[in-house]
Ligand binder design. Structure first.
Ligand SMILES: CCCCCCCC/C=C\CC(=O)SCCNC(=O)CCNC(=O)[C@H](O)C(C)(C)COP(=O)(O)OP(=O)(O)OC[C@H]1O[C@@H](n2cnc3c(N)ncnc32)[C@H](O)[C@@H]1OP(=O)(O)O
Length: 301
């Protein structure tokens, strides 16, 4: 393990970061180019926001090594960043991406779901609901630049955006693999899947816990474009320009008309959904299944 910014980070996660070197080089290039003089990156420890006020767009990067698993901290920081951007009239769109190489998000942080108290599970689930509702109903255009693997909760994040661009690499699998862990996606994740790929494809993918490689993800409609890895962000920004060509008020009302009925199913029953999650995840059989899966992941490393 190496120590980085107070976090215990496995050495291989550091090595994976030709990315971090590239990040440093980019930062240097930005400085040299005087990128947006007076325009500063902001965000938090786990969420980096790169604003381009002239374009009205912010690139929001998840940077919670080693795999951007959705810890309570990451969920909270992401909600805060999105809220800030939603409330700032400078911005009309966000590109959501990962600052790590090879992983967009590993989904829910399994350490948040194992061996914790019911109160913790409830707090965690409320934070996940909050993030989903905020992203799914955001007035901003949201484009996911999916530059790495995106299983389960990672897939949910992508599905909550308006448009998805996926990197064309065998490691960039995306899909709802919950059943493979012995758990069940919540109904609002299921609804998102159905709204995106249709009932039959969603049913198969959810039951089989399918992780789609890029060409299959495109074929089934889970993502909108597949492009070479080094073109994911530029393609996402080009897509953003097309969405921003539409007047905000008309696009936002249309988005709300399409999405509010789905969001309302959760919004009206949030506490029941929390209690249902807490009792499900607290079962001995589920705890065992999650622990076994987590151990397998660690052994693999
Ligand atoms: C009302 C009813 C409700 C029902 C509730 C169910 C909730 C359903 C909703 C969502 C479910 C989920 O999101 S569950 C999470 C599912 N995620 C996965 O299955 C992904 C698991 N991870 C991977 O496949 C891989 O890690 C990767 C492809 C994402 C990256 O591979 P890579 O080789 O780069 O990295 P490693 O596998 O070596 O992992 C590094 C390091 O990270 C740890 N890790 C990985 N994923 C997670 C995770 N999701 N949570 C916590 N920790 C994770 C892994 O163990 C390694 O740790 P060590 O360095 O300590 O060994």
């Amino acid at each position: 393990m190496a120590l980085m910014a107070g976090l215990r980070v496995p050495a291989r996660a550091l090595l994976r970061s030709g990315c971090w070197l590239r990040g440093a080089a980019l930062a240097g290039a930005e400085a040299a180019a005087g990128l947006g003089a007076g325009v500063r990156r902001f965000g938090s420890q786990r969420v980096l926001v790169e604003p381009d006020p002239a374009a009205g767009v912010a690139v929001v990067k998840l940077k919670s090594p080693p795999v951007n698993s959705l810890s309570l901290e990451l969920l909270t920081e992401l909600v805060i960043s999105l809220e800030k951007l939603d409330n700032d009239k400078t911005f009309r769109g966000i590109v959501l991406t990962s600052d790590l190489c090879g992983v967009f998000s590993a989904g829910l942080d399994l350490t948040e779901l194992c061996g914790r108290s019911p109160a913790h599970y409830a707090e965690y689930w409320r934070a996940l609901q909050e993030l989903w509702l905020r992203l799914y109903l955001s007035g901003l255009v949201s484009v996911a630049a999916v530059n790495g693997a995106s299983p389960a909760g990672g897939c949910l994040l992508c599905l909550s955006c308006d448009y998805r661009v996926l990197a064309d690499s065998p490691s960039c699998v995306i899909g709802p693999n919950e059943t493979r862990l012995g758990i069940v996606a919540p109904f609002w994740f299921k609804d998102c899947m159905v709204n995106t790929v249709g009932h039959r494809a969603a049913e198969q993918a959810l039951q089989l816990g399918t992780l789609f490689p890029p060409a299959e993800a495109l074929r089934v409609g889970l993502v909108d474009q597949v492009v070479p890895e080094d073109q994911v962000q530029s393609t996402a920004l080009a897509a953003m320009a097309r969405w921003l060509a539409i007047p905000d008020h008309a696009r936002q009302l249309t988005k709300s008309m399409m999405r509010k009925p789905t969001a309302d199913r959760l919004a009206k029953h949030r506490e029941a959904d929390v209690q249902s999650f807490v009792s499900f995840v607290s079962r001995d059989s589920i705890q065992k299944a999650l622990q076994t899966y987590l151990e397998k992941l660690k052994q693999k490393g």
